[in-house]
Ligand binder design. Structure first.
Ligand code: GLN
Length: 459
């Protein structure tokens, strides 16, 4: 808008964003800066505006792209050595939609390799630092995108959320982060992690920006057969009742959740009550199976999705190999991070004959219970308000040596992905030491628009 109204030029905005990105280079947010192309695109938009031509809703708005979205601008590496040197021949649908409205990608952001992780410490290029405290983790896997928005380098950034990778770093950095309903935004052209839980979403500084981006990015895509029929409409304001019923999950209210997060939740609950909303306690006992089910189902899908990386088709190829089998082995051994390998091993194990019934099938059944439990919860309340994580951002290096301790931090995010329901992280103040706190609003499937609108009441 600012650009279309000639208040500022697109070139100025893009140059400022690039300058800020360089100024904050020690945070290690970007894996690639799109300097030349971004400035060229900005100049083209400025020319079109000078000529009085119509421009898009995001004309000249600089944004950051998580480095697992395919586009020909820069290499798409997913922060993995095995994809180094890979320039995508196609553009992800989400990227194409943003750019059609005039958004300009200024850089690609760091993530845990293939989005496996919760801190960006699994990135081949090293970790991103937390925007509020450089000694702490940025969160992950979309840590770079969250910090790019939190440090005000860009207006928005893209993310992917398979088990919390948008909501958790948003919470760790004090910004909004939406994981939409499964199937709302096309995943065509995005590096797959787990196909039954992957979602595309955004990081923004306001709910209104989130609404605008969703209205642009959402929609059925013939290139992604899992996309839902169009339902997201920015302008249509579905009449939301004045007084809503908000559920608080009983199982998340215990000593394993840090006192600061429980306090932040209490404050927001009081705020909602003061605004005339009703608060109800909701019991969701099946959520205790969510983490175990997630860490069986997701590795199974990861193992399948990563089997295509063989050193022949994309990116890096090991040159130490005597024959073809050796080429596959060496490329995969040198190209994947330890966490990628761990998931490939677990995934193949839980799918193998003899273990399938004991692990994968059980996890699939637990998933059904979780889906039903969310349905039941939303028959009793309009939305749920919950913590995103049991603890605020922890220290770099604190959990990377202990995979189970790291996985446990995901216990409040993963169930939404298993159930396909939307979740929106909202900022919820800071700890005494100035570490960001966040909470998540959870809604029934396809309530994304109302969820975003409701977030304004909690601001
Ligand atoms: N932290 C979770 C994991 O490591 C979620 C990752 C994601 O959403 N991409 O699986």
């Amino acid at each position: 808008m600012k650009v279309a109204n000639k208040k500022v030029t697109a070139e100025r905005l893009v140059r400022d964003a690039l300058e800020k990105a360089k100024y904050f280079s020690d945070y290690h947010i970007f894996t690639f800066l799109n300097e030349e192309v971004a400035i060229k695109k900005a100049k083209e938009i400025d020319k079109r505006i000078a000529k009085g031509e119509k421009v898009g809703k995001l004309a000249g708005v600089p944004y950051a792209l998580k480095d697992n979205f395919l586009s020909p601008e820069g290499e798409t590496t997913a922060s993995a050595h095995i994809l180094e040197g890979f320039t995508a021949p196609v553009t992800a649908t989400a990227v194409a939609k943003l750019e059609a409205e005039g958004a300009i990608m200024i850089g690609r952001t760091n993530l845990d390799a293939f989005a496996h992780g919760s801190t960006t410490e699994n990135s081949y290029f090293g970790p991103t630092l937390n925007s509020h405290d450089k000694t702490r983790v940025a969160g992950g896997s979309s840590g770079g995108s969250a910090v790019a928005v939190a440090l005000d380098i860009v207006e928005f950034a893209t993310g992917t959320d398979t088990g919390g990778s948008i909501r958790q770093p948003a919470s760790f950095n004090g910004v909004y982060g939406l994981k939409p309903t499964f199937g709302t935004v096309s995943r065509y052209g995005v590096v797959a992690m787990a196909s039954s839980t992957d979602c595309i979403g955004f990081f923004t500084k306001t709910p209104d920006d989130m609404n605008l981006l969703m209205s642009i990015a959402a929609g059925q895509d013939p290139k992604d057969m899992t996309t839902l029929p169009d339902y997201y409409d920015e302008s249509e304001t579905k009449s939301q009742k004045d007084s809503l019923r908000i559920g608080v999950i009983k199982e998340f209210d215990n000593d394993s959740v840090s006192p600061e997060i429980r306090e932040a939740l209490k404050k927001k609950v009081e705020l909602l009550k003061a605004k005339g909303h009703e608060i109800v306690e909701v019991k969701m006992p099946s959520l205790k199976y969510a983490l175990a089910a997630y860490y069986i189902i997701v590795p199974a899908e990861v193992a399948s999705n990563l089997s295509r990386h063989d050193g022949v088709r994309y990116g890096f190829r090991s040159d130490k190999s005597a024959d073809l089998k050796n080429l596959y082995e060496n490329t995969r051994n040198e190209g994947f991070m330890p966490e990628n390998k761990r998931r490939i091993m677990i995934g193949n194990f839980v799918l193998s004959s003899g273990f399938y019934d004991a692990y994968f099938l059980k996890a699939a059944k637990a998933r059904t219970l979780i889906v039903k439990e969310y349905e039941k919860a939303f028959s009793k309340c309009d939305f749920l308000l919950a913590p995103v994580t049991p603890n605020p951002a922890f220290k770099l290096g604190e959990k990377i040596g202990d995979p189970v301790a790291m996985y446990l931090e995901d216990m409040m995010t993963v169930s939404l992905n298993l159930a396909g329901v939307p979740g929106l992280t909202i900022p919820a103040g800071e700890t005494k030491e100035g570490i960001a706190l966040g909470l998540q609003l959870i809604g029934p499937r396809q309530s994304d628009k109302n969820l975003i609108q409701f977030a304004k009441e909690l601001a």
